[in-house]
Ligand binder design. Structure first.
Ligand code: PLP
Length: 415
C-alpha cells in the first residue's frame, strides 16, 4: 500500500477530521506531534472542549438538588447526556446507564455489589488471560472476600482466546464471566457475542470490559446481550474522570447499592435508609456533571461519522502499519489474531521498549511502552513489556511512516 498522507481514506476525510482536534497541530520536540497512544487516552474534538467551556461559563450548578434556573439547566444537560449514552450503546433506557469515574470504577462496582450478593465459596469467577489489571484485581479482591475461585480462559500464541478451553471452563458453570471485548495490549477482538451466549447457557452473568472497544466497535449491548458493560469517557474522545456502567435493569435493580451518600437515597433516618430508583441508587454524591455532558458531546461527534468508514479507515491503517513494521529486521509483533483493532504491540530484538519509546518521543512520536497494565500477559510471552502504537480514525499514513522512521532510528542508535 502506498503512503497516502493527506488524502481521504474511503469516505472519511481524515485531514478535515484532524482539524477538529486542536492538539494534533501541536509540535513536540520541534516535530509535528504523531499521537499513537489512543489506547491510553484519546484526544478531544473542539466540540467537546467548547461544551465543557459552555457548561462552566453558562450553567455550572449542582444537579437534582436546586429549584433554581442553573440547577435545572445543569440537570437537564446531565440527563440528556445519559440519554445520549443509552442511545449510543442501544441500552433499553437511561435507567440502565450509571455514570462512574471510568471503566475501573464500573468493574469495581459490579465486582463488589454483585459479587457480595451472588458469590460464595462454591462459585467461580471467570476472566481471560488478556485482561487489563482493572478486570483482574477487583475480581481477585471479591474472590478473597467471598471465598469464590478465580479461573482464567487461556490464550493462544497469536493472542486470541482458546475457545475450546473457554467452552470447557464454562461447562463448570461459573457465576460471573468478565471479559474484554478488545485487548488493550494485543488489539485482539474477542468474539464476545458468541461467548456471552455460551456463558448464558451455562447460567453465568457476563460483564464486558469495553474500555478499548467503545472507541473502535461502538458495542450494541442488546445485540451482544451482555448483562453489564463498562467504559471510560476519555477513551472515546470525551473527558477524563467520567465513565459509564451499563447494566440490565433487572440485575441493577436487584443489586445492593455500592457507595452511600447524597442522591442515592429516598429517605434517611438513623434507624433505616431507603434507596433511590435506578440509576441514582448507584450515583452517590455529586457526579462529574461537566464530564458527563462532555461525554455526551463526544458521542454526538462520533455519531456524525460513518461507523463503517471509521472502521475501514482504522483497518487500512492497521494493515499498512503491520506490513511496514513487519519488514523491519528483528521486529516482532505481539498479537496477530485474525480479528484485531488498530493496536500494534512490538519489540525489536533485545532493545528495551522504554529506550525505543524515549527515542520515538524525541522525534515527536507518542507511543506507550511497558506492560500496559497486563502483567500476566507479559508473563505469558516472557517479556517485560512492549512498544504499543494504538491508532484512531484521525491518524493517517504519514503517522505510520513517521513511526517506522523513528523505529529505524532507534535501532541504529541503540545498536
Ligand atoms: N480495561 C481496559 C481493556 C483498558 O485498556 C483500560 C485502560 O487502559 C481499563 C480497563 C481501565 O480504564 P480506566 O483507567 O479509564 O478506568
Amino acid at each position: 500500500m502506498q503512503s497516502t498522507a493527506g488524502t481521504a481514506i474511503r469516505s472519511l476525510d481524515v485531514e478535515r477530521i484532524r482539524m477538529d482536534f486542536p492538539i494534533l497541530q501541536t509540535q513536540v520536540n520541534g516535530f509535528p506531534l504523531v499521537y499513537l497512544d489512543n489506547g491510553a487516552t484519546s484526544q478531544k474534538p473542539r466540540s467537546v472542549l467548547q461544551t465543557l467551556e459552555r457548561y462552566y461559563t453558562t450553567i455550572n450548578s449542582n444537579v437534582h438538588r436546586g429549584v433554581h434556573h442553573l440547577s435545572q439547566e445543569a440537570t437537564d444537560a446531565y440527563e440528556a447526556a445519559r440519554r445520549t449514552v443509552a442511545h449510543f450503546i442501544h441500552a433499553a433506557g437511561p435507567q440502565e446507564i450509571i455514570f462512574t469515574r471510568g471503566t475501573t470504577e464500573g468493574i469495581n462496582l459490579v465486582a463488589s455489589s454483585l459479587g457480595r450478593s451472588r458469590l460464595s465459596p462454591k462459585d467461580t469467577v471467570l476472566i481471560t488471560a488478556m485482561e487489563h489489571h482493572s478486570n483482574i484485581v477487583p475480581w481477585q479482591m471479591i474472590c478473597e472476600e467471598t471465598g469464590a475461585r478465580l479461573k482464567i480462559i487461556p490464550i493462544l500464541d497469536r493472542g486470541d482466546l482458546d475457545l475450546e478451553a473457554a467452552r470447557r471452563v464454562l461447562e463448570e458453570k461459573p457465576g460471573i464471566l468478565a471479559i474484554t471485548q478488545v485487548s488493550n495490549t494485543l488489539g485482539t477482538i474477542n468474539p464476545v457475542k458468541q461467548i456471552i451466549a455460551w456463558a448464558h447457557q451455562a447460567g453465568a452473568l457476563v460483564l464486558v470490559d469495553a474500555a478499548q472497544s467503545i472507541q473502535h466497535l461502538h458495542p450494541d449491548v442488546q445485540d451482544l446481550d451482555c448483562d453489564f458493560l463498562a467504559f471510560s469517557g476519555h477513551k472515546v474522545f470525551g473527558p477524563t474522570g467520567i465513565g459509564v456502567l451499563y447494566g440490565k435493569e433487572k440485575f441493577l435493580d436487584a443489586m445492593p447499592p455500592w457507595q452511600g451518600g447524597g442522591d442515592m437515597i429516598r429517605t434517611v433516618t438513623f434507624d433505616k435508609t431507603t434507596y433511590n430508583d435506578l440509576p441514582y441508587k448507584f450515583e452517590a454524591g455529586t457526579p462529574h456533571i461537566a464530564g458527563a455532558i462532555g461525554l455526551g458531546a463526544a458521542l454526538d461527534y462520533l455519531q456524525g461519522l460513518d461507523p463503517a468508514s471509521v472502521l475501514a479507515c482504522e483497518g487500512q491503517l492497521l494493515a499498512y502499519a503491520t506490513g511496514k513494521l513487519s519488514r523491519i529486521p528483528g521486529l516482532r509483533i505481539y498479537g496477530t489474531a485474525p480479528q484485531k483493532a488498530s493496536v500494534i504491540s512490538f519489540n525489536i530484538g533485545k532493545l528495551h521498549p522504554y529506550d525505543v519509546g524515549v527515542i520515538l518521543d524525541q522525534a515527536g512520536i507518542a507511543v506507550r511502552t511497558g506492560h500496559h497494565c497486563t502483567q500476566p500477559l507479559m508473563d505469558f510471552y516472557g517479556i517485560p513489556g512492549t512498544v504499543r502504537a494504538s491508532m484512531a480514525f484521525y491518524n493517517n499514513f504519514n503517522d505510520v511512516d513517521r513511526l517506522c522512521q523513528g523505529v529505524e532510528k532507534a535501532i541504529s542508535m541503540l545498536n
